[in-house]
Design a protein around this ligand. Structure first.
Ligand code: NAI
Length: 505
């Protein structure tokens, strides 16, 4: 089989370098691995051998393939060993000066066509190439941890990167059984930038008293449809590591409020509450996330009135009918794509970013209860509800009773704008749209990066298309009006697509 790069050098035999070396060797490349620490490259190769042998013992690959992979990996004695490499990928310390100095040395050793790949997660590719004789050879090749398992590689172009060099890196990523997504060098590239609202909105929900940590995680998992709630994910990543990334993106964007870090996180990091790795973050370990509390209950309604309809709410209405509850519809479309139901004394309003108290006042509806967005109302196991200040407890019970009759658990949260999942889903789409506007990647690329790099169940733009851009835009506009925070300003692309009733994908 002919490969784009036959001989690949990897510099830095730490977490990422060792994994990248394994990936290249498994694809059939001859790999040379080097580390400034004596013995580190040899130890990393031996460890890869053990890992692959264990996988072979479990039948995940053949013993021959495991042995052949390790046989293709050699520890390099010094940088001069890289003279015959077609591609060298650095995964050394995250320091601009160190990376520039390394590439400068390699230019004196490697051929004129050797591609210099960098696995940096936060440094500008253009800056790393600065001062080199052949800056066009520098390409970001951003793997995700653990490199052998995570399918995404962001192929990052700096200002002077040659398109052919980026293309060769993308071709190689495919040969290495990865999914390359081309992107432009900008702070956080795609995944680390578009993911910021996942944490940022969770902190804002927490700090505005929407609910406690465990409830926010529960709602994000079971209503939002994300694999891990934001706080359990922060505990896994490490609050310190995550804060560093947030600050790096925030500072790089001239302290744009979109990326503003949270005081809660700062305080916890200052107190050494890093998460799983030292036993305490948002949760204590080994106990971890507590079991979900029992759902509240309420009476099953005999009839539900659909006061205003929307595409987002339609699957829920179908589910109500399927549960044998009579549905009466006024056949009026909700102008903001939200939708409103009446069950018993409750007026249940899918959130458009306003509080229930505000909806009751402005829309003159009695006993308003807002319903947080769920990823998919046809299948959701949980919803979050909030009652307005003038809504009676009995009306809230009526709203709860409807969902319980559908077999759906309920979390009752406080009446904050944008609730929990809605604000996050809207802001992920907003950030993704801005990344597209700024030419970081195209819409399909952004969605792919979020699915494969971060394990999101669906790309944020596909979600926005499905839920409806009118509603996503309304949530953002109302959040901005409520909070006065510029972080909620709409992406011009989201606005334009919304007005044109267009779609991203
Ligand atoms: P690490 O600390 O596990 O490994 C770095 C290795 O590089 C160490 O073994 C160190 O001895 C060696 N090293 C440092 N300076 C060197 C030099 N000048 N020459 C040769 N070897 C040198 O770090 P990790 O986590 O593997 O990160 C490496 C790079 O990958 C960084 O740029 C990081 O930002 C990036 N990255 C890290 C991810 C992660 O989740 N850990 C994910 C994606 C990118």
């Amino acid at each position: 089989m002919s490969l784009t790069f036959n001989t690949v050098g990897v510099i830095g035999a730490g977490t990422m370098g060792a994994g990248i070396a394994q990936v290249a060797a498994q694809a059939g490349c001859a790999v040379k691995l080097y580390d400034a620490r004596d013995g580190a490259a040899t130890a990393a190769i031996a460890k890869t051998g053990d890992t692959l042998a264990a996988l072979a013992a479990k039948g995940k690959l053949t013993a021959e393939a495991a042995a052949a992979t390790v046989a293709r990996m050699k520890a390099a004695v010094d940088l001069a060993d890289f003279h015959d490499c077609d591609l060298v990928i650095e995964a050394i310390v995250e320091d601009l000066g160190a990376k520039q100095a390394l590439f400068k040395s390699l230019e004196g050793i490697c051929s004129e066509t050797t591609v210099l790949g960098t696995n940096t997660s936060s440094i500008s590719i253009t800056a790393i190439a600065n001062g080199l004789a052949r800056p066009h050879n520098v390409v970001g090749m951003h793997f995700f941890n653990p490199a052998p398992l995570m399918p995404l590689v962001e192929v990052v172009r700096g200002h002077l990167t040659a398109p052919e060099a980026a293309q060769r890196v993308a071709d190689a990523a495919l040969e290495w059984k990865k999914t390359p997504v081309p992107c432009k060098s900008t702070p956080g590239f795609i995944a680390n930038r578009v993911a910021r609202p996942y944490y940022g909105e969770a902190f804002r929900a927490l700090e505005s008293g929407a609910a406690d940590v465990a409830t926010i995680d529960l709602v994000m998992r079971e209503a939002g449809g994300f694999k891990l709630g934001p706080f359990e994910l922060l505990d896994l990543i490490g609050l310190d590591v995550n804060l560093m990334v947030t600050k790096s993106v925030w500072n790089a964007y001239y302290q744009d409020s979109r990326y503003r870090p949270s005081l809660t996180q700062e305080e916890m990091v200052a107190g050494g509450l890093f998460g799983r790795k030292n036993g305490r973050g948002f949760y204590r370990y080994p106990e971890g996330v507590p079991a979900a509390p029992a759902s509240p209950d309420g009476p099953k309604p005999t009839m539900v009135q659909v006061l205003t309809e929307s595409g987002a709410l339609a699957p829920l209405v179908e589910r109500i009918k399927a549960a044998g509850i009579k549905v009466q519809s006024r056949k009026e479309e909700d102008p903001f794509g939200a939708g409103m139901l009446r069950a018993g004394n409750a007026t249940i309003c899918l959130t458009d970013g306003r509080t229930a108290t505000q909806v009751a006042f402005e829309d003159e509806v009695p006993n308003a209860v807002t319903l947080d967005l769920s990823r998919n109302f046809a299948t959701t196991k949980r919803v979050a509800l909030a009652k307005g200040d003038l809504t009676t407890d009995a009306a809230l019970k009526d709203a709860v009773g409807l969902f319980r009759a559908l077999g759906i658990d309920v979390s009752v949260v406080d009446d904050v704008p944008g609730l929990i999942a809605a604000r996050t889903i809207a802001m992920l789409a907003n950030e993704a749209a801005d990344a597209v506007v700024q030419g970081v990647a195209d819409a399909a690329g952004v969605d792919t990066a979020m699915k494969l790099g971060l394990g999101h169940p669906e790309g944020p733009l596909a979600t926005a298309d499905r839920i409806g851009l009118t509603l996503i835009n309304a949530i953002l506009v109302n959040l901005q009006a409520h909070t006065g925070d510029d972080r909620y300003r709409q992406s011009i692309l989201l606005q334009r697509k919304g007005w044109a009733d267009g779609r991203f994908l």
